[in-house]
Design a binder for this molecule. Structure first.
Ligand SMILES: *Cc1c(COP(=O)(O)O)cnc(C)c1O
Length: 442
């Protein structure tokens, strides 16, 4: 069995995370429960940052926070020296609320509203990653009307397709994101912003996909973007101080996934960039990357209580847990695969093949198909690994299930960083029909 980060098995055969028994956590905080191993998050952050330092390359490692956004997570990211990607006013609000240094916040998105952009301008954030021509017009108008300077990157699609599941690929030409690098859009965007008084162009950004397990796609993307940077220098004397190659570094969900160490991704990236610009005598840009999943994905484990079981003779054994697609939509959304273990039977032999189902009213609400586990009974605790990215952040109240609590664990201590929702929380925004109506009939 593969254990992640600080996970281990104690003398009683129970799973521990960050020095605390999973059973203690489940008992103290209830289930379902997201547990984050913060030592692993820190180790990953450091690995990315230190590789740039070792190579003497100026860099920003921006946590792509859509993977898991919360005040505590933002505070942890700030402490670890990470920068931050946000993709909405809500994430930006949370970051500012957390006290995240605004000059290290970068704002992404393909349809930012005027309100969101103005919020970012007024907050004085470090950079806006501009996605399309509409946004250029918005920014021209808003910066001028409000007398605000802003740094920007242009998001481009280099036409490099990273080998991964289609739904989570964003670097192809047929993408809703960014300016096409090959059909003249990127050049047009460059000309639209380069002489703007309130807009300072830092360079280009691309994000070529997710769960990428090799360095080739990043090298190809770097080569493409640098090619464009060189023509902007030759033709217009413009030098890009920043090159942002996005995120997408893969992690191990199951034994089929073979991720590289953060250092390998970064070293290869630096090597490609150095070789491209070296030949052309171009000054080394600051390199920005945006890991999301690889910072928090395998640091997260979801603990569930096992409840009912159903045998479909000759077909499969279902075991049901007290959560499901409401706290982890990824299996239903794009057939994501997960590994799991029975936290109170870590040393027992795996004898039975189960399909792990959730409790939502959807036949497709299955977390794992055909996993080999020890024989389980109601009350056992199932630990589903690698749920730290796009789990809580995509959680919903489907079937009016309250969203689980989130705890951080490290070196034997644990703390709640997001409280469990209550039934009261569920009706907090609901309005009763007993109030007065507004409009025609009143
Ligand atoms: C989602 C996203 C990331 C992070 O992707 P991961 O696969 O989680 O590393 C980085 N940059 C951009 C622009 C993104 O949209």
């Amino acid at each position: 069995m593969h254990l992640f980060g600080t996970q281990s098995v104690d003398e009683q055969g129970h799973l521990t995370i960050g020095g605390t028994s999973a059973l203690t956590l489940a008992k103290n905080y209830g289930t379902p429960l997201y547990v984050y191993d913060t030592a692993l998050i820190k180790e990953r952050a450091l690995a990315f940052i230190q590789t740039f330092e070792r190579e003497h390359v100026k860099a920003q490692v921006a946590y792509a926070s859509k993977a898991f956004s919360s005040i505590a997570m933002y505070q942890l990211a700030a402490e670890e020296g990470l920068s931050l990607d946000v993709v909405s006013g809500g994430e930006l609000y949370t970051a500012i609320h957390a006290g995240f240094p605004v000059d290290r916040i970068h704002f992404h998105g393909n349809n930012k509203s005027d309100d969101e952009l103005l919020f970012a301008l007024n907050a004085g954030i470090g950079c806006i990653v501009v996605d399309n021509f509409y946004e250029i017009e918005q920014l021209k108008r808003l910066t001028e009307n409000h007398n605000k300077q802003i740094n920007i990157l242009l998001r481009v699609t280099p036409g490099i397709e990273a080998h991964t599941h289609d739904y989570i690929t964003t670097g192809q030409a047929d993408s809703k994101f960014g300016f096409d690098l090959n059909n003249g859009q990127a050049d047009k965007a460059f000309h639209a912003v380069r002489d703007e008084k309130f807009i300072r162009l830092l360079g280009m950004h691309c994000h070529i996909g997710s769960q990428i397990f090799d360095t080739v796609a990043f090298s190809l993307a770097a080569k493409k973007l640098i090619g464009k940077m060189l023509t902007w220098k030759t033709d217009f004397g413009f030098i890009c101080p920043v090159l942002n190659l996005g995120g997408g570094f893969g992690i191990r969900y199951t034994e089929e996934d073979k991720p590289l160490q953060p250092a390998i991704y970064v070293e290869d990236m630096i090597r490609s960039i150095r070789s491209e610009i070296g030949e052309a005598d171009y000054p080394m840009p600051e390199i920005w990357i945006e890991p999301g999943r690889s910072l928090v994905g395998d640091a997260g484990t979801t603990l569930y209580s096992i409840g009912s079981q159903k045998e479909v003779p000759g077909v499969r054994n279902y075991l049901a847990v007290d959560g499901g697609m409401s706290d982890n939509i990824r299996p239903a959304l794009y057939q994501a695969k997960y590994d799991a273990a029975v936290a109170n039977k870590m040393t027992a032999e795996a004898t039975t093949t189960y399909t792990v189902a959730g409790k939502c009213c959807e036949s497709g609400d299955k977390l794992i198909e055909d996993i080999s586990l020890p024989s389980v009974e109601a009350g056992d605790i199932l630990a589903v690994f690698c749920t730290g990215a796009y789990g809580y952040s995509m959680a919903s109240n489907y079937n009016r299930l309250p969203r689980p609590a989130v705890v951080f664990v490290e070196e034997g201590s644990h703390r709640v960083v997001i409280k469990r929702e209550t039934y009261e929380d569920l009706v907090r925004l609901d309005c009763s029909l007993q109030g007065e109506t507004v409009g025609a009939h009143s």
